[in-house]
Design a protein around this ligand. Structure first.
Ligand code: AVJ
Length: 339
């Protein structure tokens, strides 16, 4: 595990900034092995599927960031506005020593919380936790520029495996925003939240973002933006496999498919093979057959209600203490504490 406190190479004048940033990279070690195992299992499965976490290489993280700016993808801006409204109250109530953000990405929403921390006048550390090192470093540097009182301790990791590396404390505000919890199947989400819970002290709090069930046309449009950014994001997982595992996926021979599935209350994203084809993935020594029209599921994004969030939290040893929603009930932020 490398602790790179990037003081060397820092041009004169940026030292102060560099000394406020440290980044742990436990992911370097086993990223490839885990990717290989997951891709092997997923492509060997029937129906085929791929885990959504591999969307987020550097390009994928940037594509997701662009999705957030499409007119159809309401989630980010809805959550942002909500967070701006409630951040002051949260920071007053919790007085956090650390703001820990799981899946920090471009850290767009973090500013709402950090602005509130700034107004409170108390020192606080920001701990971004993300799978994309490039995105984490860029956003950390930007935040350090903007908030001169801030220190950042980043972790480039996988929250299935590296949660134990979070700095200890007992007035920490954990953020898991964006509705990312919806990417996990119900049992998987509870296992994950239980692990988060196991890392929490009695005064720590979790702020969880969840997308809510709504008009299906609104949901479907959000995952089928007209500019095609979501389609590029979806196909990027094939580029990741090509790059990391010497795969031979031709992106032009797959199309983006996304729809709301009311039974499981989830958006499903798939890639559909447009022709009969066999794709080799050299480093897995694998040949994968696709029939014309065959789909491979690349993501689920579950949509919740207050009741389903409360029961997911309860099953994870967490108690819902505040439920925050905007006027249109599009998205929820819930604050919970260990039971
Ligand atoms: C970042 C996981 C919340 O599920 O809506 C956006 C990812 N996928 N468009 C989501 C995503 C397609 C997004 N999360």
């Amino acid at each position: 595990m490398g602790l790179s406190n990037s003081l060397e190479n820092a041009p004169a004048g940026t030292r102060a900034l560099s000394s406020r940033l440290s980044v742990l990279c436990p992911l370097d070690h086993d990223f490839l092995a885990t990717l290989a195992r997951d891709v092997m299992a997923g492509l060997g499965d029937q129906p085929k599927k791929l885990p959504p976490k591999y969307f987020y290489d550097d390009l994928g993280s940037q594509l997701f960031d662009r999705i957030c700016d499409t007119p159809e993808y309401y989630q980010t801006r809805t959550e942002q506005a909500l967070l701006e409204r409630i951040a002051g109250g949260l920071v007053e109530e919790i007085a956090p020593t650390d703001v820990i953000e799981l899946g920090s990405g471009a850290a767009r929403k973090t500013r709402a919380v950090l602005d509130a921390v700034h107004r409170s006048g108390r020192p606080c550390r920001y701990v971004p936790f993300d799978v994309s090192e490039g995105m984490l470093r860029r956003s950390a540097r930007q935040l350090l520029d903007e908030y001169e009182w801030l220190t950042v301790s980043g972790i480039v990791g996988d929250y299935d495996r590296h949660l134990s590396l979070l700095p200890p404390g007992n007035r920490r505000l954990l953020l898991f925003l964006g509705g990312t919890i919806g990417n996990s199947e119900p049992e998987e989400a509870v296992r994950f939240l239980s692990r988060v819970r196991a890392n929490m002290g009695p005064c720590d709090r979790l702020l969880l973002g969840t997308d809510l069930v709504k008009d299906h046309a609104v949901l479907n449009a959000a995952y089928n933006d007209r500019a095609g950014v979501t389609a590029s994001f979806n196909k990027n997982v094939l580029s990741v496999i090509n790059g990391e595992l010497d795969g031979h996926f031709d992106l032009a021979r797959f199309e983006h498919v996304a729809f709301f599935e009311p039974e499981c209350s989830q958006i499903e994203m798939h890639l559909r093979s447009t022709i009969d084809q066999t794709v080799c993935v050299d480093r897995l020594e694998m040949h994968v057959d696709f029939a014309a029209g065959e789909t491979m599921r690349t993501e689920i994004s579950r949509k919740f209600s207050r009741a389903s969030v409360a029961s997911m939290l309860a099953a994870s040893g967490l108690e819902l203490c505040h439920w925050f929603v905007p006027d249109n009930d599009y998205f929820a932020l819930s604050l919970s504490k260990p039971v």
